[in-house]
Design a protein around this ligand. Structure first.
Ligand SMILES: NC(=O)C1=CN([C@@H]2O[C@H](COP(=O)(O)OP(=O)(O)OC[C@H]3O[C@@H](n4cnc5c(N)ncnc54)[C@H](O)[C@@H]3O)[C@@H](O)[C@H]2O)C=CC1
Ligand SMILES: Nc1nc(O)c(N)c(N[C@@H]2O[C@H](COP(=O)(O)O)[C@@H](O)[C@H]2O)n1
Length: 278
């Protein structure tokens, strides 16, 4: 079958440079459930380490080559996770549009990742017009799962279930009474929840709150690899910045973190940095 016109292409020589940072195929073929999936943190920033011009403003940073790379990554993970701020700002598709993957020249939904949205308070007004819903109806993507702490209305639940998605309730068992009162959900608990649902590799795309939280001292050990696109643009002050809190030790500030096993890869006008947290 010929690939539809909108399918993206990412060459084999460049794929090889990324593969060691991705969930290994041996993980995905085993039936045993580990305590957490492989976590790839991946996003695009400007030269001043920003994701977007302002909170809630969708900003294209990746050029065509690094965009194709992102879609290759999407084909290699069971799920793509974003925060509700990104879902509201971007109305994203969160499917994989690379040549050969389900809906784009492949059979069925083969290779399509599951979109997952963190929405503790039920802020996302998902509707029949949301791109993820339309794409699920057209067989060009999977319907989203929404991780929440609240009781969602029957209308949203039935819309989501009608296209094959669902709400996952983040249980209060993940942190006792204090946790049940706050909107915050612990990453360990959320990753355990995904693992129980059969997710063995998740790529986390953003936005700012999600990325800075995962890069913090408490959570960095949960991240297996980071794949960062840097675009040759300064967005200027006032944007959504990637800048995690510094660590504190012996009464002084220490760097927030560093990558090891680093590979820099030019892709078109962008550069892609791969590494593993030390
Ligand atoms: N350049 C890039 O690669 C990307 C850019 N973006 C941009 O980022 C911006 C959105 O970023 P933000 O406003 O920071 O929103 P966000 O997408 O990080 O979502 C933040 C919300 O997610 C929920 N959340 C996050 N962590 C949570 C936790 N541990 N427990 C419970 N709830 C949690 C909360 O409701 C929080 O308010 C948009 O402008 C979007 O276009 C988003 C993704 C990638
Ligand atoms: N890799 C990358 N480069 C950019 O320049 C971006 N703005 C983003 N944003 C992320 O991609 C999602 C949009 O995906 P669809 O094209 O709609 O499938 C967006 O929601 C962000 O997660 N990423």
């Amino acid at each position: 079958m010929a690939a539809p016109r909108e399918a993206l292409y990412f060459p084999a020589s460049q794929r090889q440079q990324l593969d060691s940072y991705l969930p290994s195929p041996s993980i995905t073929s085993t039936s045993s459930v580990s305590s957490k999936p492989h976590v790839t943190l991946t996003f695009a920033t400007s030269l001043d380490s920003q994701l977007a011009l302002a909170p809630g403003v969708q900003t294209a940073l990746s050029g065509p080559e690094s965009k194709a790379m992102t879609h290759y990554l999407r084909s290699k993970h069971d799920a793509i996770l974003i925060g509700v701020g990104t879902a509201i700002a971007d109305n994203p598709s969160l499917n994989c549009r690379i040549e050969g993957v389900g809906g784009y020249g492949g059979e069925g939904l083969y290779g399509q990742p599951r979109p997952i949205v963190l929405d503790p308070k039920g802020r996302w007004e998902i509707s029949a017009e949301s791109k993820v819903v339309k794409l699920a109806r057209e067989g060009k993507g999977k319907a989203p799962w929404i991780i929440t702490k609240t009781d969602v209305g029957e209308q949203k639940r039935s819309l989501l279930e009608s296209v094959g998605g669902k709400f996952l309730r983040y249980g209060d068992s993940f942190g006792g009474v204090e946790a049940s009162l706050s909107a915050r959900m612990e990453w360990r608990g959320m990753l355990q929840l995904l693992s129980r649902e059969g997710i063995q590799g998740v790529m986390i795309e953003g936005g700012g709150v999600v990325i800075n939280d995962l890069l913090s001292a408490d959570n960095l050990e949960l991240v297996d690899s980071v794949i960062l696109t840097i675009a040759p643009t300064w967005l200027g002050r006032g944007g959504v910045q990637v800048c995690p809190e510094q660590r504190q030790g012996l009464g002084r500030s220490l760097p927030a973190g560093r990558l090891k096993d680093v590979n820099w890869m030019p892709l078109g006008e962008d550069v892609v940095l791969c590494g593993r947290p030390q």
